[in-house]
Design a protein around this ligand. Structure first.
Ligand SMILES: [Zn+2]
Length: 374
């Protein structure tokens, strides 16, 4: 998903990545924290005069530890997700904290614990550092006391900030999973999203009124995040109700590999199809040919050329038992119009974008029917 990032290490098999924005954010944070070392040392009860390190050095160390805390927070989400059998693609540290790319939870109960794990870890870590290690009571050098205090404080802030119920934050996910026990998953997402958006607007307005542009920017990201998450959820929710076999076209018109391009064009005109799977003499699927392949042909008479010479051999297929959402993802990722439905090595159907979009209509009809029967 985040292509402009580099992997720096693996923890429990999960790649930890840094987004390019990190190159700007880290020095920026180091300077901001460095400039506020006076205030921070006062909060920590450390005499600023006792600090041995340069404020910017401390700022840099604290900025790195802040992102380490974010990484630990994301790891906590990931560990719970992995326990529940979900796949973690990566953790990416970026502009506004971190993102764990976790395969979506389909059971709202899974999501509850997964969403809860991050803030819980941050809170425990924060409380441990502040109240168990108790930096002020240790005989450690002033710099160390300041660092322990500030990291503890930041972890508590991280827990609190993530618990704000502004979907798709952790708090918002917990809210959704609580709502989903009373209503449908989709409806719960709708409510949680509306909540998240309303919150983002209020937050943005507040930032605007007190003249804090950073708050306005954060509000903007929350708003966008809520909207994107909502769309992804609607798609997932509608499409995972169906299997490929429910909506695929079973009667597939095929053509033979040795047919001439002229014959192919005639067939296309007659049947008003814009693409065909291509079979060899033995009836095996060997490629596919579309109107696009004909259009991009050089100026050679179409009756001297065979389909086999112009077809594309890259076959992207799905299994009839796969859910529609995964077929939809394949179509979007590969940016193609149709997928071959293969079972036991044979072609059993074809599924196109418009077949997939029928899922909406079918779903609507089903809901309408359920409403009438109630
Ligand atoms: Zn989190």
């Amino acid at each position: 998903m985040f292509k402009s990032s580099v992997t720096i290490m693996h923890v429990m098999g999960i790649p930890i990545r840094l987004h390019v924005s990190f190159l700007v954010v880290l020095p920026f944070l180091a300077v901001v924290i460095g400039n506020n070392i006076g205030v921070i040392s006062e909060m920590a009860g450390v005499e600023a005069g006792l600090l041995a390190a340069h404020p910017f050095t401390l700022g840099f160390v604290l900025a790195v530890l802040l992102f380490t805390s974010v990484a630990l927070h994301e790891l906590a989400h990931s560990v719970v997700a992995m326990r529940q059998g979900m796949e973690i693609h990566a953790i990416t540290l970026m502009l506004l904290g971190g993102v764990a790319e976790i395969e979506e939870a389909t059971d709202e109960r899974d999501e509850l614990w997964m969403a809860f794990a991050g803030p819980a870890l941050s809170l425990v870590l924060g409380l441990l550092l502040l109240f168990v290690v108790r930096p002020a009571a240790t005989g450690l050098p002033a710099d160390m006391r300041l660092v322990i205090y500030y990291v503890g404080y930041m972890n508590i802030f991280l827990a609190a900030f993530n618990m704000i119920p502004a979907f798709p934050s952790d708090g918002g996910r917990i809210l959704r999973s609580a709502l989903a026990r009373r209503t449908s998953y989709l409806r719960a997402t709708q409510i949680a999203t509306a909540f998240g958006r309303a919150f983002a607007l209020l937050f943005g307005l507040f930032g605007f009124l007190i003249g804090n542009l950073i708050l306005v920017l954060i509000a903007f990201f929350i708003y966008i995040g809520a909207s994107q998450e909502y769309q992804a959820n609607v798609l997932r929710d509608v499409f995972s109700d169906f299997r490929v076999r429910d909506l695929m076209t079973r009667e597939v018109a095929t053509i033979k590999v040795d047919m001439t391009v002229q014959e192919l064009m005639d067939r296309m005109m007659q049947e008003t199809h814009s693409g065909y799977p291509v079979l060899d003499e033995g009836g095996n699927l060997v490629g596919c040919v579309t109107l696009g392949d004909i259009r991009s042909l050089p100026d050679i008479p179409p009756d001297t050329m065979r389909v086999g010479e112009i077809m594309s051999r890259e076959l992207i297929s799905v299994h009839p038992g796969e859910d529609l959402f995964s077929a939809f993802k394949k179509l979007s990722e590969e940016d193609i119009g149709r997928l071959f439905v293969m079972e036991g090595g044979g072609l059993v159907g074809i599924i196109t974008r418009s077949d997939i979009m029928k899922a909406y209509r079918v779903r609507e009809l089903r809901e309408e029917q359920a409403r009438i029967q109630r």
